[in-house]
Ligand binder design. Structure first.
Ligand code: PMP
Length: 436
């Protein structure tokens, strides 16, 4: 009998296929989708023009399969310039690989490392692409849930905590990869040094285990003193087993350019490069060249801030404040994120008609989970604000953990956030969404 194609299990509509059309059809304010609805900063746009137009450079031709050299140099400078990375001495020739967004970087890494049957430990809620990529490779995702305590103080770091015993129990000789994500999508949790140290002591027992650290929201952080961004690779002895992954999409509001990279030890970077050269040979030179320019410019003063990164974090913090205030006054308690551009909010007070559970849904699990039904009602009826249910970020056994919260994106312009604020303000104080 022919082996089944793992793609078959994945060829079905997802939450994204369902909620974007529903939002459009309902004229909802769309706080579902996780990309900025504004143009990139002027220096980002002019960097692209300069990259295309600079005569005599190779930006319009193929680049090396590992990384366009100017980007590799800019990334090595960037990481070596961070105090926490300075002891690692990232070599642009051997420690940097770039591909089409963090997503394809991760694909190359899984493809290069996994053999059918290898296990990959994912912390859920987990960005949905991780588990699907593992399945595509014939790997086996092993899910460990963050503990969720909605009665904890209202920050994502307090509400979502590690169950280290469960993490330890999930790792074995069969585990090839552990995926970390900080700042974390969807919760906004930032992993603390203590948490990362405990993880490092667990993984140290498994010489073949590689850690992928997805850090795409690394520059969108709200309390750099109390809850700083820490790269797992910078912990003692962890660089040699870690692929630090990031991308330009969130930092420069260029999610469509798909420039992502991995920083890691020679052997792992070489494997990923060997793979890329047989898939797409290299990534587009011009977007990489542009991001190389942007990485340099981002360290300079911007809009009265010492750097572009400081401005970016402050701008997002302001947007977080607007949405948190709107949610609080609507009786939907925000779980304040320490990083990233999503707010998860406690919806346990809200009620809505049972008939929503019977609606035809493109992609909901059966039976439809509460968060899914509520997200549909909030999108199509009241308050007509589109949100994303977090259950797709959980494995089927654990979707119940998602039932009392939904995810709002605040990477949205002032007019959209203000309209959302007005609509959320119409929610009846009892929390009954049927009352207008
Ligand atoms: N990782 C996380 C945690 C994300 O939220 C996203 C985008 N939503 C990505 C990776 C994808 O990054 P890219 O667009 O660079 O492929």
């Amino acid at each position: 009998m022919a082996a089944s194609n793992p793609l078959d299990a994945l060829s079905k509509p997802t939450v994204w296929h369902e909620f974007s059309p529903l939002a459009n059809a309902s004229n909802a304010v769309n706080l579902g989708q996780g990309f900025p609805n504004w143009d990139p900063a002027p220096f980002v746009v002019t960097s692209m023009v300069d990259s295309v137009q600079t005569p005599g450079t190779s930006t319009n031709q193929y680049c090396r399969p590992n990384c366009h050299l100017p980007l590799a140099n800019a990334l090595a400078d960037e990481y070596n310039g961070r105090p926490s990375w300075s002891h690692l001495n990232v070599d642009p020739m051997t420690n940097v690989m770039s591909s089409l967004g963090c997503t394809q970087v991760m694909y190359c890494a899984f493809r290069a490392l996994l053999q059918p049957g290898d296990e990959v430990v994912l912390l859920e809620p987990a960005f949905d692409i991780y588990g699907s990529q593992v399945i595509l490779m014939g790997g086996v995702p092993k899910f460990v849930s963050l503990k969720t305590d909605l009665t904890a103080p209202p920050t994502s770091n307090d509400v979502f905590t590690f169950d280290f015993d469960a993490l330890e129990a999930s790792i074995s000789e069969k585990t090839r990869v552990l995926v970390l994500n900080t700042p974390h999508n969807p919760t906004g949790k930032m992993f603390s040094r203590e948490e990362l140290e405990r993880i490092s002591s667990i993984v140290s027992n498994y010489p073949n285990l590689v850690v992928f650290s997805d850090e795409v929201y690394e520059h969108i952080v709200f309390d750099p003193e109390g809850s700083p961004h820490i790269s797992f690779a910078t912990l003692p002895n962890m660089f040699e087993r870690t692929l630090t992954m990031s991308s330009a999409g969130k930092t420069f509001s260029t999610t469509g350019w798909k420039v992502g990279w991995a920083i890691g030890p020679d052997d792992l970077i070489k494997k990923m490069t060997d793979l890329q050269q047989w898939v797409n040979f290299s990534s587009p030179s011009v977007t990489q060249d542009t991001i190389a320019r942007c990485l340099k410019r981002a360290r300079e003063p911007y809009e009265e801030f010492p750097t572009f990164y400081d401005w970016l974090a402050a701008d997002y913090k302001k947007r977080r404040g607007v949405l948190e205030a709107a949610l609080t006054s609507a009786g939907i308690s925000p779980i304040s994120p320490q990083g990233g551009f999503f707010i998860c909010a406690d919806t346990s007070r809200l009620t809505f008609p049972d008939s929503v559970y019977e609606e035809e849904s493109l992609s909901a699990p059966s039976p439809m989970p509460r968060d899914w039904a509520l997200a549909r009602y909030m999108t199509h009826t009241n308050p007509k604000v589109a949100v994303i249910p977090p259950s797709p970020f959980y494995s089927p056994e654990n979707v119940d953990q998602a039932k009392n919260y939904v995810r709002f994106a605040f990477c949205k312009t002032d007019d959209l956030l203000e309209e959302a604020q007005l609509r959320l303000a119409t929610i009846d104080p009892t929390g009954d969404l049927e009352k207008k």
